[in-house]
Ligand binder design. Structure first.
Ligand code: URA
Length: 483
């Protein structure tokens, strides 16, 4: 029996595989006569290369789109047997088994499906777990190190180009690298982990946040390992915390169980002031307004909350940031934006060179709305009725501070400022003029950024927040910021 070799280079190329398979098929070479080589591999059988010939044998075989897709996906797998497997499938289809792919009990079909599934899973994990780190000293340039199991860099790269169009980035893997210069993708040889930056400042913040939201009572290590297999941990900053968090989870749950239920610290405000809200808040300075708001009962949220969290900042601030409502940390401390979302906001402002102490920070709703789960207080989004009830306080704050620019963080703040029906994701970062001429725009809430899955989704969300906040005037900018 004559034997031939065919070579696929690069090993995952559908075009290269298709050319070789078409040639072999036209020449009537059976699967058992072919030795498939990838990249620069040598033939152990010393078989000669299959000669290209112009004298076509059989007419070309047309295969379904499903087969082409299956082949393209399987080719990204590292198993060298995928090459003869795919040719065997093609050969059988060409010999009359037209419905082969719909036979789920056929061993060749089963194997090909399993290989494709493994590639899809690896692709999904790369999209989720790639972490870009800023290149020190360069603006908007990021490098990520990642170790995929299969040849998926070319397959995944367009996803990152769409997600991170506005920045320059590179992803290095041991066998291939890809770069995006803002215009086009270019591929090259593999890199080394040492060529990627070690850690950037943002990662410490992710870790703080992760440690804060980690709930030991909900730990399910089997699910965790399934969703986030240990081999990807090295790419995730929070993973360094996991062994200790998992190890201590049992003790912490026991501790939560043993601890007596903790009543929220609640200061019941004086009933005599402003029972009906701002209608009685006639004082003409912010302090009087703050005192009146401390006694607000315009909606039921005051009752379970610890206290009213009023706005803070210079009373002549040029920029007012409006959040949704205080969170757990804000409710207990009485100050806006001091919890994890506030820390992320600080991080973003810091990166943009904006001094937080020059801003007036407030919320659309001034009491913490939450649900109790055991001993924990879980944030619950305020309803339009709560936003409407609290709106007069916000309007009075705006009246007093007279900011040149208002930024709404998240949909609740946008509802309070622009009215119900404002579509945040369609309009974020876009300037609007309010009735009194104040310029305003909305962007995503930092807490929403923190809720995104770690990795590319969260990086993209943070980027969106940064890009929108970059519209804010900095010290020394000209008078009209809204251009
Ligand atoms: N989220 C908000 O919207 N406001 C805060 O003050 C804190 C978290």
């Amino acid at each position: 029996m004559a034997r031939w070799t065919v070579r696929i280079d690069p090993a995952w190329s559908l075009d290269a595989w298709r050319d070789a398979a078409r040639l072999a098929l036209r020449r009537g070479v059976a699967p058992e006569q072919l030795d498939w080589l990838q990249d620069q591999e040598h033939s152990l059988l010393d078989a000669p290369p299959l000669p290209a010939s112009e004298d076509a044998g059989d007419a070309p075989t047309y295969v379904s789109k499903a087969f082409v897709e299956l082949a393209a996906t399987c080719l990204c797998h590292r198993d060298p047997q995928r090459l003869p497997l795919l040719y065997r499938l093609l050969w059988r289809i060409a010999r009359g088994e037209r419905g082969l792919l719909s036979n789920p009990t056929d061993p060749d079909v089963l194997r090909a499906m399993a290989l494709a599934q493994a590639v899809r899973r690896d692709t999904h994990k790369m999209k989720a777990f790639v972490r870009f780190r800023e290149v020190p000293g360069e603006q908007d340039a990021f490098i990520a190190w990642f170790e995929p199991e299969h040849h998926i860099v070319d397959r995944v790269a367009p996803f990152f180009a769409r997600r991170f169009t506005g920045m320059r980035w590179a992803i290095l893997t041991p066998s291939r690298s890809v770069r995006w210069d803002g215009q086009a993708l270019s591929f090259g040889a593999g890199g080394r982990q040492a060529d990627a930056p070690l850690e950037d400042a943002r990662e410490a913040l992710w870790r703080t946040y992760y440690a804060n939201i980690f709930n030991p009572a909900r730990l399910n290590t089997r699910m965790m390992q399934q969703e986030m297999p240990a081999r990807y941990w090295k790419h995730l900053p929070e993973a360094t915390l996991l062994p200790a968090l998992v190890r201590d989870a049992g003790d912490r749950v026991q501790d939560m169980h043993d601890r007596a239920a903790q009543a929220p610290q609640r200061r019941i405000p004086e009933r005599s002031i402003a029972l009906r809200g701002p209608a009685t808040a006639t004082g003409d300075d912010l302090d009087a307004l703050r005192t009146a708001a401390a006694a607000c009962r315009r909606c039921p949220l005051w009752e379970p909350a610890t206290q009213t969290v009023f706005g803070e900042g210079p009373r002549d601030a040029k920029v007012m940031l409006v959040g949704e409502q205080p969170g757990d940390a804000e409710d207990l401390s009485g100050h806006p934006f001091v919890g994890p979302a506030g820390q992320l906001l600080d991080q973003a402002l810091g990166e943009l060179g904006i001094d937080r102490s020059t801003l007036y920070l407030t919320n659309a709703v001034k009491h913490f709305r939450f649900e109790r789960r055991g001993k924990r207080r879980i944030h619950s989004t305020p309803q339009v009725t709560h936003i409407t009830a609290c709106r007069p306080w916000l309007l009075r704050e705006i009246e007093h501070v007279r900011p040149a620019v208002i930024v709404c963080l998240g949909a609740s703040a946008a509802t309070a400022v622009f009215g119900a029906g404002f579509k945040l994701m369609d309009n974020h970062g876009r300037w609007h003029a309010l009735e009194d001429g104040t310029r305003a725009f909305a962007t995503v809430h930092p807490a929403w950024v923190l809720r995104q899955p770690a990795g590319t989704a969260r990086d993209a969300a943070y980027r969106l927040l940064l890009d929108d906040l970059a519209r804010l005037p900095r010290a020394g900018d000209s008078a009209d910021p809204a251009t």
